[in-house]
Design a binder for this molecule. Structure first.
Ligand SMILES: [Zn+2]
Ligand SMILES: [Zn+2]
Length: 396
């Protein structure tokens, strides 16, 4: 049975570096990843991996590596989309697409998975079972994974029995990984539209001022976490956008608040979602306005399967060294739509881990870069978790 690998063929690594730079130069926003998807199809095909789906959930691509022996099917997942950020890295391969940037490292995720596909395809005679390579669109819109699951990504061609993914993490070094032993947050994006009555700013008594009412709603929402949620639970209610008005001497007709709810326990999520709704409605009504509230299903919390987490820990120790396998000591309120593939949502056991990258700049900022040094450890880890999972002697 195949042993895990410790190094990558330099030719494969060179090619993957070029592909990563090319993807970085040509970032595409969520659900518009056409060029990226075409490159993925081309590279999987070159590695003699069967394309079982193209255009899934708009641009998703699914490849299947069949080995010569029967066995289980493991999925490896990458996300393809970029963000609406103007890049300021000054890199030679900086984005050529104005206002769009791979600020979350999904260029690196795609390149790593293409590297793992090439490595595993080269080992197909010593593996058993099959490997499904999932390249999904729209992670940043919290919808890509859900749409892929609804389109049958976990069952098409071969039913998946476990899934692994990784995400760039600038807070740790290239060559290190970090394990999330505590579940991360469920996300619920929301929008509140306050429907007032506009008029000349000099006659506020004839208006129903949506800016004044919206301001009260923003303040009242601060009480949801501080007074509705127990102090030992975690929750976030952030209003990140307040859109209203055009001039200083006009009271507008409406104001729009956009925000996000983050929670880590389903019961807390239920409480906070209901409290945001009742608080906004109540404050608006008390001031003579109506409001429309949309709270999206968002992404569920991500809870890694314990056995697969141990598999990643073991493979990480053997691949990178035990000292380079870190454990996240604190819970995060970040969200990740990888959770849509997992058992809590009716999917399969899975584990996502964090991969250290070269930069110190946080993700979602104009100076972030996945960098080249993280490619080899990323490819080794993705290949090795699949090799270990498929090996007969490790039936986790
Ligand atoms: Zn992101
Ligand atoms: Zn991301």
């Amino acid at each position: 049975m195949a042993e895990i690998i410790k190094s990558i063929d330099p030719d494969i690594l060179d090619r993957i570096r070029q592909i990563r730079e090319d993807l970085h130069q040509h970032p595409e926003l969520a659900f518009r990843e056409k060029r990226t998807a075409a490159i993925v199809v081309e590279q999987l095909t070159k590695a003699s991996i069967e394309i079982v789906a193209e255009g899934m959930a708009t641009t998703g691509v699914v490849g299947l590596l069949r080995t010569s022996r029967p066995g289980r099917c493991v999925a490896l997942r990458a996300d393809m989309d970029a963000l609406p950020v103007e890049e300021e890295t000054q890199l030679a391969y900086q984005s050529q697409n104005p206002g769009v940037m791979h600020a979350c490292g999904h260029d690196g995720h795609c390149a790593v998975l293409l590297g793992a596909a090439k490595v595993l395809a080269g080992m197909r005679d010593s593996l058993c079972g099959s490997v499904k390579f999932i390249f999904q669109p729209g992670e940043e819109k919290s919808e890509g994974a859900r749409l892929m699951v609804e389109a049958g990504v976990l069952t098409c061609s071969q039913a998946v029995q476990a899934i692994f993914g990784l995400h760039a993490r600038p807070q740790i070094q290239a060559g290190q990984i970090e394990l999330d032993v505590i579940p991360n947050a469920a996300t619920n994006p929301f929008q509140i539209r306050i429907k007032g009555q506009g008029t000349h700013a000099a006659y506020p008594h004839q208006a129903c001022d949506p800016i004044a009412i919206g301001s009260q709603i923003v303040c009242a929402l601060q009480q949801v976490v501080s007074r509705r949620v127990a102090p030992y639970e975690a929750a976030v209610v952030t209003v990140g956008a307040f859109q209203a008005g055009s001039r200083g001497n006009i009271i507008p007709d409406q104001a729009i608040l956009k925000g996000t709810i983050r929670t880590r326990q389903p019961a807390v999520q239920k409480t906070v979602v209901a409290a945001v709704r009742s608080t906004a409605t109540g404050v608006a009504r008390a001031m003579g306005a109506e409001c429309e509230i949309e709270i999206e299903p968002g992404t569920p919390r991500l809870r890694n399967d314990e056995k697969l987490l141990e598999l990643v820990r073991q493979v990480g120790a053997e691949t990178l060294g035990a000292e380079d396998v870190l454990e996240a000591s604190m819970a995060t309120m970040g969200g990740e739509d990888f959770s849509q593939y997992l058992e809590e949502q009716g999917g399969v056991p899975g584990c996502m881990f964090r991969l250290g990258v070269e930069t110190d700049a946080p993700i979602h900022t104009a100076k972030f870069d996945f960098g080249q040094a993280a490619l080899e450890p990323g490819i080794l880890m993705m290949s090795n978790v699949a090799i270990r999972y498929l090996s007969d002697d490790n039936q986790v």
